[in-house]
Design a binder for this molecule. Structure first.
Ligand code: ATP
Ligand code: MG
Length: 435
């Protein structure tokens, strides 16, 4: 039998997974500076949660869901995005209760699933880092969260970045805009793509997001939602822009930008890369305000703001930039074994060193000593412990500092009775000599 991974999935092999660790650790550090706390929700939920939360007319729900009936005949879906599950958890666990700090700032890191045509930067299982802030309508939340997204990307030295914002207004503003948009598009009904025809009356804003070429041309001259904002939404948007300027965060306004998910209102944004090699999937992060979703999912009225970014697309960008990843795995010592008789003693020594917090590998394959030293060198080990039959008989081990080339013997009895005194002393002596 010859098994292959499913289309749109990838194996992340060790060299690659170290990059993931760097990205995730750095993201966690910055998120923690901004006082976001991690939440982990299930990878699958009721289909209805996504249908309701993400929106029936969205591409995600209408075309891209990995949904199935389980053995109990429940209609289930693998999560296509993170927000719906986090909102469900927020409501179900009553995280809005008075004992919790407001706003509640949560983040997640994990896999999402969408049935899409696989291509570069587009997989069927992919990974997102996302944040959600619950409980504040303060435009400073919008700004802080967008600043966080920009900080995350800048922390990797990414310069080719563009923050693009728009406002969808509140429900009242959008209702007026909806009418105007339908009035503009109706005369062109026959020219619209089938998807857009279907969406025109259900959710005309979605037509603005169409990827169809002809739709795009039609939509270019459509009225902008910005011209329909009521006073409240205008003020909110003005405050957001002002604070971005105060922070010297450059932004562009795309007055016809909408988001692929149904639940947004007021501020929405995308972070795009302008890196010349990036091409079509230039959006690396997207999000915005969603003040009605918590209620929609059964909770109390709770304003919210969030974003999600794709880790795969960030990694592609970092590769284009030849990003210099810091080393994740380092090794303190390699235990070289000479002859099969020392196998047991090497096991004991290796475990002892690890128990004293050293990162250690030992020889298992009984290769020639030269080969073993080569490995230690290649892995950049600080020390090599050599254990041969002579050493074994004399209850000692040779230790060599690879950088200085210095070596000495350690009595195993002494090492095992007092690691601090024995190893630390030898360590500082060998390192010094090399200077
Ligand atoms: P697109 O227009 O590229 O399909 P989207 O609107 O579907 O994007 P969101 O749902 O807003 O994207 O997801 C946020 C981010 O998640 C995207 O900016 C991207 O980095 C990443 N992303 C979305 N879909 C995929 C996918 N199939 N494979 C890899 N990353 C993805
Ligand atoms: Mg998509």
């Amino acid at each position: 039998m010859n098994y292959q991974k499913l289309k749109g999935t990838v194996d992340i092999l060790p060299d690659e997974s170290e990059k993931w660790q760097v990205v995730e650790q750095q993201a966690r550090a910055i998120l923690s500076n901004y006082q976001f706390k991690e939440i982990r929700t299930p990878l699958f939920e009721k289909f209805d949660l996504f249908a309701r939360g993400v929106g029936e007319t969205s591409d995600i729900v209408s075309k891209e869901m990995y949904d199935f009936k389980d053995k109990g005949d429940r209609h289930i879906a693998l999560r296509p995005e993170g927000t719906a599950g986090v909102v469900r958890a927020y409501v179900e666990n009553k995280l809005y209760a008075p004992e919790y700090h407001k706003p509640m700032k949560l983040y997640y890191i994990g896999s999402m699933f969408r049935y899409e045509r696989p291509q570069s930067g587009r997989q069927r299982q992919f990974n997102q880092v996302g944040v959600e802030v619950f409980g504040s309508k303060n435009p400073a939340v919008d700004v802080e969260t967008m600043a966080l997204a920009m900080d995350l990307f800048k922390s990797f030295g990414i310069e080719d970045l563009k923050l693009v914002i728009n406002s969808l207004g509140d429900a009242e503003s959008r209702l007026k805009y909806r009418e105007a948009l339908i009035a503009y598009l109706e005369p062109h009904f026959d020219e619209l793509s089938n998807d857009s025809k279907e969406r025109l009356y259900k959710n005309p804003l979605r037509v603005l997001d169409s990827k169809d070429k002809k739709d795009k041309v039609l939509v270019a001259d459509a009225p902008s939602v910005l011209d329909f904002l009521n006073e409240k939404s205008k003020q909110h948007f003005e405050a957001v822009k002002e604070m971005l300027e105060d922070l010297s965060i450059p932004y562009e306004i795309d007055k016809n930008m909408v988001r692929g998910l149904d639940y947004y209102n007021d501020t929405i944004f995308e972070v795009m890369t302008t890196h010349p090699k990036f091409g079509a999937n230039a959006t690396i992060c997207a999000g915005g305000r969603y003040d009605s979703l918590v209620e929609e999912v059964g909770g109390p009225e709770t304003p919210a703001f969030g974003f999600g970014f794709g880790i795969e697309r960030l990694l592609i960008l970092l590769d284009f930039m030849n990003y210099n990843y810091p080393k994740v795995s380092t090794i303190d010592a390699y235990v070289v074994t000479i002859g099969e008789k020392v196998n047991k003693a090497a096991t004991k020594l290796t475990q002892y060193l690890r128990q004293n917090n050293l990162s250690v590998e030992r020889e298992f394959m009984n290769r020639k000593p030269g080969k073993q030293f080569k490995t230690a060198d290649k892995w950049d080990a600080e020390f090599v412990f050599t254990m041969g039959e002579d050493e074994l008989n004399e209850n000692r081990v040779t230790i060599k500092a690879l950088k200085s080339g210095q070596q000495t013997d350690i009595d195993l009895g002494e090492l095992y009775s007092n690691f601090e005194a024995t190893f630390k002393e030898v360590e500082s002596r060998l390192m010094k000599k090399g200077e």
